[in-house]
Design a protein around this ligand. Structure first.
Ligand code: WTA
Length: 657
């Protein structure tokens, strides 16, 4: 916890409080009674939330926790996630309601998709996938830009009971192939390309490369590649494997009778960085996950489905895109905005222009975006009428109080509650957050566990720390949207999350309880970095660097960065045979990391050094490297095997950046 002491010392000086307006409080979906209700009977509270969904067969037991940490929620219940997200709304007469205002990157490229249209397309895609051989339990990888087909593909898989694994379109062929192999996906759904800042960029070649890699390891695994034509660019084509979406889905029937699956049927696998090099496949199942997503989306965002226009800016390739762009909003019959492009193209006011155009009322984004807008200046958002906004949300990393206040004032016009929501890929849904109609929120604090969730901050011994002190964030009781295991690796699931303290889920974050008992999340205490709200593993980037022929050894740290929260800084020892590596060595290594993992993992800084600081047992002391990366006085070096190493590194760092 030593890395957090500085941050800890700075907390507690924050005196600002923001209470909801009387009007907001009077009309809020979630009221303070929910805390009492959940505390009195937690399982009954969750059963009530599960009733937001349509069940074909009702469950007989809320929770089976007889074999911890393997939970079963809503035992015996049967449902279909896609039916809950589309069909039932159409059956309820809401077919003409807009599910998505889709906004393409090219400015004139927009499409409103109603629930009835979405249902037709999901049924078509389900029929087409079944035709391609996808059955219940088969895995499908989805590697698409932010286009409507991405949502359709996810729901079509859910409809068939075929777990999907969505891989962020910015990830490399290497990352895609390792995920396809790990979960054994037999079909990949992709596009010819996507649009980024006004230009078409290819996607299909990465899939072709990934399939070649997969073929080398497991021949015949990938049977079909279903390709959406988005940009119209030329693509290489394998007649026996590749299928156009518009031909296969486009010609399929819009009728599809769905099957209902067990509440614990796998819904999806989402890969996320862990402390080792190999990404973890987080498994979410159907009934509990959908319950958690629907409840929190309704309660924390105060969704009024008939008047709100909701916009979550996350990419579909992350868990936030799953829970708060697809499953939560659609289960709740929301009208959402979905945007394909970046915030700065063709101009830096694009997001606010979209808010104005569609009258967005609820807006959910990440602190890194907020800080970027802050830097660009108030004049940009001030040009647009954003008076429709009534609630703002933040997720992905700690939000610094200044950014919180700016967000509330400049984007929210000083009226909107801001919900700082803490959760993880593993938790499936929001866990700690203000209740927008109840909480007197403190900028920078996620405040309290939401009704139904039991969180705590504990010390090394696993004991609850008193108010005013720091420790590790844990969850004390199982919850419906919790991960069920890591795909194919029950042992690693137990070891990673449940082994530190008996009966507690360890989230990997450090946190502090302030004098009022409110929670301030301080960030990861393990070797996971959080760059612009994206989780990256130090080990994964180190392995990528070491796979370069000129590199002998590498150590990666996350250094504090004003814009991105943390930034990747790498210290690299070159092989003797590489000499000084050549004039372009830094660029060469950055590109290599992008190729191995994806552009988001590119180090901000690479320092070529002669040595790395190691303890006598050979463990790299990242704390000292972080001191160098953050330009600080280097801390205690007494446990180093060779204490002069740091001088060499500092010299090296000074000359190579
Ligand atoms: C961090 C994203 C502080 C945290 C939903 C967590 C946060 C990791 C917050 C999960 C927040 C997320 N305040 N830190 N409001 N939200 N985090 O799996 O370190 O991509 O463990 O899920 O992001 O990242 P993940």
């Amino acid at each position: 916890m030593s890395d957090n002491t500085e941050t800890l010392a700075n907390l507690g000086t924050e005196e600002r409080r923001f209470a909801p307006s009387a009007d907001f409080a009077a009309n809020a979906n979630l009221t303070a009674e929910a805390y009492e209700e959940a505390a009195a009977d937690r399982l009954a509270f969750w059963e009530k939330q599960a009733d937001r969904l349509s069940w074909e067969t009702r469950w007989t037991q809320a929770l089976d926790w007889s074999n911890p940490p393997f939970a079963k929620w809503f035992v015996g219940g049967k449902l279909n996630a896609a039916y809950n997200c589309v069909d039932r709304h159409v059956e309820d007469g809401a077919g003409d309601k807009v599910a998505f205002h889709w906004v393409g990157e090219p400015e004139d490229d927009t499409r409103d998709i109603t629930y009835a249209q979405l249902k037709d397309e999901v049924c078509q895609a389900a029929n087409a996938l079944a035709e391609l051989g996808v059955g219940t339990g088969d895995r499908v990888a989805i590697y698409l830009p932010m286009i409507p087909e991405a949502v359709v593909a996810m729901l079509a898989c859910a409809r068939l009971g075929a777990p999907h694994t969505v891989v962020f379109g910015g990830f490399s062929a290497e990352a895609l192939s390792s995920r396809v192999l790990d979960c054994g996906a037999k079909v990949i759904i992709t596009a010819d390309g996507g649009y980024r800042r006004g230009a078409a960029s290819a996607l299909k070649p990465a899939v072709d490369e990934a399939v070649t890699k997969v073929e080398a390891e497991q021949p015949g695994l990938v049977e079909k590649v279903l390709v959406v034509r988005r940009t119209g660019q030329d693509v290489a084509w394998d007649e026996s494997r590749d299928v156009w979406w518009h031909e296969s889905v486009g010609n399929a029937s819009t009728e599809h009778a769905c099957e209902f699956f067990d509440a614990e049927h796998p819904l999806y696998v989402m890969y996320t960085s862990g402390t080792t090099g190999k990404p973890k496949g987080i498994l979410h199942t159907t009934g509990g996950y959908l319950t958690g997503a629907a409840y929190t989306h309704w309660g924390i965002f105060d969704l009024k489905p008939n008047s709100d226009v909701y916009w979550c800016t996350a990419d579909i390739g992350w868990v936030t895109g799953h829970s708060y762009m697809v499953y939560g909003p659609l289960a709740n019959q929301a009208t959402s905005v979905m945007y394909e492009g970046t915030p700065d193209s063709p101009h830096k006011g694009r997001w606010w222009e979209i808010v104005q155009k569609y009258g967005v009322t609820i807006f959910y984004t990440a602190p890194t975006a907020i800080r970027t807008f802050m830097k660009w200046g108030d004049e940009i958002p001030n040009k647009f009428d954003m008076s429709s906004l009534r609630l703002l949300g933040s997720v992905g990393e700690p939000i610094n109080p200044e950014a919180y206040v700016w967000y509330r004032e400049t984007i929210g016009g000083g009226r909107t509650p801001v919900v700082d929501t803490w959760w993880q890929t593993e938790t499936g849904a929001i866990m700690i957050s203000p209740l927008p109609g109840v909480t007197h929120a403190k900028p920078g604090s996620a405040m309290k566990a939401i009704p139904g969730i039991v969180a705590d901050v504990v010390n090394d011994e696993g004991q609850s720390v008193p108010d005013g002190s720091g420790g590790y964030l844990v969850i004390r009781e199982p919850w419906p949207s919790m991960l069920r295991t890591l795909w194919g690796d029950d042992e690693r699931f137990k070891e990673t999350y449940w082994s530190r303290w008996e009966g507690m889920y360890f989230a990997g974050d450090g946190a502090k309880k302030d004098v009022d008992g409110d929670v301030w999340v301080l960030g990861r205490v393990d070797d996971v970095m959080n760059v612009s709200g994206h989780r990256l593993s130090t080990t994964e980037i180190e392995s990528a660097l070491v796979s370069h022929p000129k590199v002998a050894e590498a150590a990666v740290v996350g250094a504090t960065d004003e814009m991105t929260g943390q930034a990747v800084c790498a210290f690299v020892i070159l092989r003797e045979s590489a000499g000084d590596g050549g004039a372009d060595i830094v660029q060469e290594l950055r590109d290599h990391v992008a190729k191995e993992i994806g552009a988001i993992a590119k180090p901000r800084q690479i320092m070529i050094v002669p040595e790395l600081p190691k303890t006598r047992s050979g463990k790299i002391m990242r704390r000292l490297l972080r001191d160098v990366a953050e330009n600080r006085e280097v801390g205690d070096v007494t446990t180093l095997a060779d204490s002069t190493v740091m001088d060499l590194i500092k010299e090296g760092a000074a000359t190579s950046t």
